[in-house]
Design a binder for this molecule. Structure first.
Ligand code: PEP
Ligand code: MG
Length: 746
């Protein structure tokens, strides 16, 4: 870069800093900086456009355009050249603006006189703040150095905006991160919570974007990068014999930390007048902007590694972000872009709720949030850029809504909802120790689903009669390496001890599909949900299954034991799995371990094929449990993870209920115990319908037991059965409307 550009740029930044230093109002500051920039760039026009809402930009200050148009000229995102710069986060540089693609003529600004146009996005870490524009009458194209220098200025404006330097009247100059915001995400765990924001990775605030002494800043950058490199090397050393993927990530970190290109760009930013931390953040912002455009998953991962590394570097440079759990508010609601199950478990039960910018309903974080029984909203776009530590926040896990810094009216309506739910919980508490017996005297056993140690206390508090589904894979998922057999023995023993004689159904490893173990080589399958998963992996790799069976037998230490195989699609798979059990029992006997007093071995019915298995299967299998989540997705061919199609098919659809009834009949004819353990078992209306068609054991999240029991106590299963039969007879698609009518009349 030419030395003259560097000194010009430093001079301009120095003048900008002076302009900021006074006690001027935000508007005055903006006016001054547009004047300074136009002067320094030798252009007739310099304008700043800021967002007044998500979709609209407003001209907030200008040198050279008609002053009357300030705060009047507005454009929508994507509209005109300014709107395009904002929308795509990309520079537009053209010598002939009126003929450029997307140009929109705005008479009130007097803009037709200007030919060349350079628009730079003002953005901070992926948050769009506005657009900085220079224009001139002569048809010149701005040089790469000029563009670069103006990008540096835009970066400073972004930092100043973040620090509240331009606060003034009107929506476009309103302070950032102080307005109420309503974010719509996807519900991943029901429930409501009120509390204060705790950022998993707090934002670093840069108070000194401009620096006078580039030598000193370069030194600071080098010192910080050295510290970063040493840290990464240390982490790498520590994990060399650990899991492969972690090593790969750290190696990518090291590559970036040693990258000459990254360093060079930051040094150039410093030479133009930025402080070391502002230079790091400028490169980080640009990497984030690229990240949102890159489709390739591998490249996105690498850009996200760079993002993470930049955060570490910023924390070293500013000393910020070293918060500890001691600073956690009393009612924390955790906000993160994404979070691993291990990190989430570390926060544990202190959390009131969780909001993720990314994530999905079936993610491991979602599974842990369910175990912790905290409301979870995923896909809440912009939450990590909008929220600040300590902000008041309300999470509506039922609707997938997040109210950040809510207004009083919203708060009070929301509190009413929380109070109503608390009342209901109290009511459920009063039926906790009653058996679930319906009005017509039918008893339904209510069990709970579990998978983590954190679930165990719920066995007592929920009034569950046992654990109908213990998802053993969760223990494998929350670790970064394969647990040892001896560790599993300890874990399973704790589960059985907590059960205190109540039945616990251990489901063997259900991995594959969305549940990928971080330390297992990923298999590249075109359709993982229909791929190599669960019992298919267990049978093809019997070593892991045997290790798990041994751990279960040893943990039981002579006590009764119940084992269930997931995703059995045909009789032969059950037979083969059962044979593995026999082999393991024999091995354990030889090794001198006590064998279980009673061993019950069953299967999950999760594919329609198993409902049509030979009679002999139903006679041989110890028990069956319907995995409604998978069964439903395969029955309707509708991905359970795909929000678009997931809700399209009702569980109370007549065809689906007919399939379940058929399974009930077959089990009755062979006296095979049958239960239902998918999510629908925990939905009161679905649960009473399942009971009405003959399912007398339901296994669900602990928090659902109260609501399901309360409704069961009030219904007559005979009457419901008739309503379902009538609806089917009439040709209804779903029995829900008819059932709802009945329930309303109760
Ligand atoms: C199911 O498929 O219904 C089930 C209980 O198993 P998972 O949700 O763990 O796949
Ligand atoms: Mg399943």
């Amino acid at each position: 870069m030419a030395d003259s550009t560097e000194s010009e740029s430093r001079k301009l930044l120095g003048r900008l800093r002076e302009a900021m230093a006074g006690d001027d109002a935000g508007q005055t500051r903006l006016d001054k900086i547009t004047h300074l920039i136009a002067d320094s760039m030798r252009t007739e026009v310099c304008s700043v456009y800021l967002f007044r809402d998500d979709e609209t930009l407003e001209l907030c200050a200008t040198e050279g355009l008609n002053l009357e148009s300030v705060h009047k000229t507005r454009m929508r995102l994507g509209e005109g050249l300014v709107g395009r710069v904002a929308k795509y986060g990309k520079v537009v540089n053209t010598p002939d603006a009126p003929n450029a693609k997307g140009f929109r003529y705005m008479a009130e600004t007097g803009e037709e006189r200007f030919s060349s146009f350079l628009g730079i996005p003002v953005q901070r870490l992926g948050e769009k703040l506005g657009v900085l524009v220079v224009q001139s009458r002569d048809a010149r194209e701005f040089s790469a150095d000029e563009v670069y220098a103006l990008e540096v200025v835009a970066m400073v404006i972004a930092e100043m905006t973040e620090l509240g330097a331009f606060v003034g009247e009107g929506a476009a100059l309103s302070p950032l991160h102080q307005q109420p915001v309503l974010l719509r995400g996807t519900s991943a765990q029901e429930g409501t919570a009120e509390g204060h924001v705790w950022m998993h990775e707090p934002r670093v605030v840069i108070t000194n974007p401009i620096a006078d002494d580039p030598h000193r800043e370069r030194e600071r950058l080098h010192e910080a990068v050295d510290e970063l490199r040493v840290g990464v090397d240390k982490m790498l050393e520590m994990s060399l014999d650990g899991d492969k993927e972690q090593v790969q990530v750290l190696e990518a970190y090291r590559m970036f930390a040693n990258s000459k290109g990254w360093m060079r760009r930051m040094e150039e930013d410093i030479a133009l007048g930025l402080s070391a931390e502002a230079a790091v953040e400028k490169e980080q912002s640009q990497a984030r902007a690229r990240m949102s455009q890159v489709q390739d998953a591998y490249l996105r991962e690498r850009l996200s590694d760079l993002d993470d590394l930049s955060n570490r570097l910023l924390r070293i440079l500013t000393g910020q972000g070293a918060t500890s759990s001691a600073d956690l508010p009393a009612d924390p609601i955790l906000i993160a872009r994404n979070i691993g199950p291990g990190d989430l478990l570390e926060y544990g039960r202190s959390l009131r709720g969780l909001v993720l910018e990314e994530g999905s309903v079936g993610s491991h974080a979602a599974i842990v949030a369910r175990a912790l029984a905290i409301p979870l909203v995923v896909n809440a776009k912009r939450i990590t850029t909008e929220a600040l530590n300590g902000d008041h926040i309300m999470v509506d896990g039922d609707q997938g809504l997040v109210h950040l810094r809510p207004e009083d009216t919203v708060s009070s309506a929301f509190r009413d909802k929380i109070a109503m739910q608390a009342n209901a919980q109290e009511r459920y508490g009063s039926v906790r120790d009653l058996p679930a017996v319906t009005k017509d005297g039918k008893r339904v056993d209510l069990l709970m689903n579990a998978g983590l140690m954190a679930d165990l206390p719920s066995l007592e508090s929920s009034g569950a009669e046992g654990v109908g589904l213990f998802r053993t894979e969760l223990q494998f998922l929350v670790r970064n390496k394969m647990p040892k057999r001896s560790e599993l023995v300890v874990l399973y023993k704790r589960v059985l001890d907590a059960g205190n004689g109540k039945r616990v159904v251990f489901r063997t490893l259900d991995i594959g599909s969305d549940k990928v173990l971080p330390y297992m080589k990923p298999t590249d399958e075109p359709n993982p949900a229909l791929g190599w998963r669960a019992i298919r992996v267990g049978l093809d790799k019997p070593g892991i299954m045997r290790m798990q069976l041994q751990a279960l037998i040893r943990a039981a230490d002579g006590r009764p034991l119940t084992v269930m195989f997931p995703f059995v699609a045909q009789f032969e798979e059950y037979r083969a799995a059962r044979a593995e059990v026999e082999k393991t029992l024999e091995l354990e006997r030889k090794l001198g371990h006590a064998l279980p007093e009673v061993l019950d071995v069953g299967a999950m019915l999760e594919t329609p094929s198993l409902a049509f298995a030979p009679q002999k299967f139903f006679e041989e299998v110890g028990f069956l449990s319907i995995g409604g989540n998978d069964l439903k997705q395969f029955f309707f061919a509708a991905d359970r993870e795909n929000e678009r199609v997931r809700k399209r098919y009702d569980t109370l659809n007549v065809s689906f209920l007919s399939l379940i009834e058929r399974i009930v009949e077959r089990c009755n004819s062979t006296n095979t115990p049958l239960s239902f353990c998918g999510e629908d078992a925990g939905r009161p209306i679905e649960a009473v319908c399942l009971a009405a068609i003959g399912i007398r054991t339901l296994s669900m999240r602990p928090a659902s037991i109260g609501p399901v029991k309360s409704l069961l106590l009030r219904v007559d299963l005979g009457a419901l059965r008739k309503i379902i039969a009538d609806a089917r007879h009439r040709g209804d698609q779903s029995v829900r409307p008819a059932v709802m009518d009945y329930l309303r009349d109760l």
